[in-house]
Design a protein around this ligand. Sequence first.
Ligand code: PEP
Ligand code: MG
Length: 894
Amino acid sequence: SPDPTSYVRPFREGSKDDKQLLGGKGANLAEMTRLGLPVPPGFTITTDACRYYMAHGENPAELDAQVDAALEDVEREIGRRFGDVADPLLVSVRSGSAVSMPGMMETVLNVGLNDETLTGLARKSGSARFALDSYRRLLQMFGRTVQDIDADRFEHVLDRAKADKGVASDIELDEKDLEAVVEEFKAIIEAETGAPFPQDPREQLRQSIRAVFDSWGAPRAVIYRNAERISHDLGTAVNVCSMVFGNLDDDSATGVGFTRDPATGATGVYGDFLVNAQGEDVVAGIRNTRPLPELGDVMPEVYAELSGIMDTLEKHYRDLCDIEFTVESGKLWMLQTRVGKRTAAAAFRIATTLIDEGVIDEDEALRRVSGELLTRLMFPRFSDEGERELVARGMNASPGAAVGQVAFDSEAVVAKAAEGVPTILVRRETNPDDLAGMLSAAGVLTSRGGKTSHAAVVARGLGRTCVCGAEALEIDEKERVIRIGGEVIAREGDVLSIDGTSGEVFRGEVPVVPSEVAQYLAGEVDGDAEDATDLVRSVHRIMGVADRTRRMQVRANADTPEDAARARAMGAQGIGLVRTEHMFLGDRRHHVEDLVLAADGDERQAVLDRLLPMQREDFRQIMEAMGGLPITIRLLDPPLHEFLPDLTELMVKAARADDAGVQRTEREQKVLDAVRRMHEQNPMLGLRGVRLGLTIPGLYGMQARAILEAQAQVLAAGGEAKVEIMVPLVSSIRELREIRREIDEVREAVEKETGSAVEVHIGTMIELPRAALRADEIAEDAEFFSFGTNDLTQTTWGFSRDDVEAGFFFTYKDRGILLISPFESIDQYGVGELVRIGAERGRSTKPGLKLGVCGEHGGDPDSIHFFNSVGLDYVSCSPFRVPVARLEAGRATL
Ligand code: PEP
Ligand code: MG
């Protein structure tokens, strides 16, 4: 059994559940070892060691001795010794953290080779050429990743060697050529570092381990974690594994595979392989690979064994697995497996297929999809109508339809993105340094590499549309043009359209149409219909599971009858927030001006009387659209100045008029005076919400009357209307009490006028810290609470919600102080604590008090899980987020 204090674990001592400690790769290597699959012996240095290194700037004192002991263990098992001149053991050193960061981290292969062990390897393998090629790979990888030497320096030497000889590929370089390359590589290392390449195998190993630790903090890894919201504290494990060689001879091979199609979810064996090659040749997309089933023709026995193992893994993990393998002189070795990355479409299809296959139950299926994946399926695709010019075909690496200007590097993509111009990042192949461009581009297009190339894997992870391996394209990154057969078909800035679902590349802009899943979710396509696609059926089925499972209701924020109807079609169970302010904009704005300018109560009442019928009609239409589902209408909230002309503009205009000797009209003067009087330095903390209702007598009363009269109209016409009136920005019970009195008076009046009882609930937003803290008292006068987490976030953090995302957040994210804006995903520990307190105290006064949330967070998956955990009754979000919220509210209960 494992020694819990050790920083080093042999593969046979771990399991797939040890991801935090061993990283994903290490945990799965351990699992495969336990399953008795052919894994080359090795060990994992734990993430504890990496965290120690990050904290102290040096390795734990006992690490060296523990590594030595584990290495001895491997030596015994294999019968070869590290550094043995006659028959050396070589190892690979690879990173592997708890969360997968494809291509982000470092790998060094062939550690243990030096000028002397080289001859041993040559003799044992029977090929001096092979030994030299392995040595030059070590020098190259060690120089690049451990010693930080520019990769081009090595590539340049190889290119020159091939050019001198007049050959195209590395394989054609012979023993002599490689001898020269090795000497040149050693010279580069000595020149760059001031010291010769370390000949001591242990020193190579120590430095490689340290380089993996260091790679955790490399800028590209930090960018990736920021983008993917991965904590910077996890650290990486280091896997040290005895080398097996896919490049030993023509009975050797290396490849990657999937137990199902990661693009569509279809059943079958997918993958790529190369004969006589080493692992990074496949993933780097440098050589064009062959489809995995063809391995059956080349090495039938190996392929049979591999198929059996893939089957075992799928059954064991009960999910799509991806694998990396190597065949060394006819013997199969498993180098990696994990539950594989997949597209959003594949995730839904695999989840429902596995239910049908009896492998998982419905709850598990729901766990395996997410709101984020659903969102990806809602993106548009290319229209089938109209002309288009197909210029090339590649692999459908990551689905979607992307249209953008051609950009040949990350800098160009990022520059265009800053101007709001969408781009297609076009590269021969991508590498981790292209990440910034891949993040900002609409799509990624490469001419080399298969579905498992860096471009494909990373694009899928980011949900970015990607076509890879479009071999017809000659991508000239220097001249910044794309050619086909020598003819230029696009220059930087020209528009291309790429289809990540079919792999097609079109010249110019192809029109896009909505996705079938979006149409289904909008209620335009029947998920049970005969002709529904497999994907739509899968989504429909999973949505059904989510709806049956969830405890929370899902409502929408909608201010117009159109939005209300859309929300309902998307499955909203009511409206959680009607923001009434839009009803005062546009050509009604002058009424608000009149309201502000009113000299006395009579004038003000006259304005309110003009507004009343307009508001009544607004509300009536929304009630009709919702047909009896609950509607929470919020009384006017934003600062009045938003409806008035801008002070600075007004002053400039007035000054100009004065200069020109033009007399101001009486009204102009009054407006100018009013705007001056009402100007606020911090309008978001000023005269808005309930403060407005208390300051302008009759305003909220008018709105309440419009709501109640609209309801009476709808009911009288035989319809249904369920309304809730909500008071914004309350921080004290006294504010709410005053407004309630006003609304109650209106209610009595309307009841008298219509002769029938009015049914309406009156509640409040909880969107200020004081309201959350005093929620027990506020609950005395509220029939429901709706948490306004936008303002609650603003006032808890003291961040201006209007300025901050364009401001210093960039620095905060860059420095890892914030992984994500608290306006996007709820800050559970601060703002969330106030929500929890508000909920508890509110219900301590009124058990069963209805609680909802209507801030932006209502549509954010992580936030939804949090709201479920504190017992809210519903979330309310924008209509397009409703399906995501339904799905996540279901997942939150699992
Ligand atoms: C809120 O503050 O969270 C809220 C929903 O109100 P608004 O965004 O309109 O201020
Ligand atoms: Mg608010």
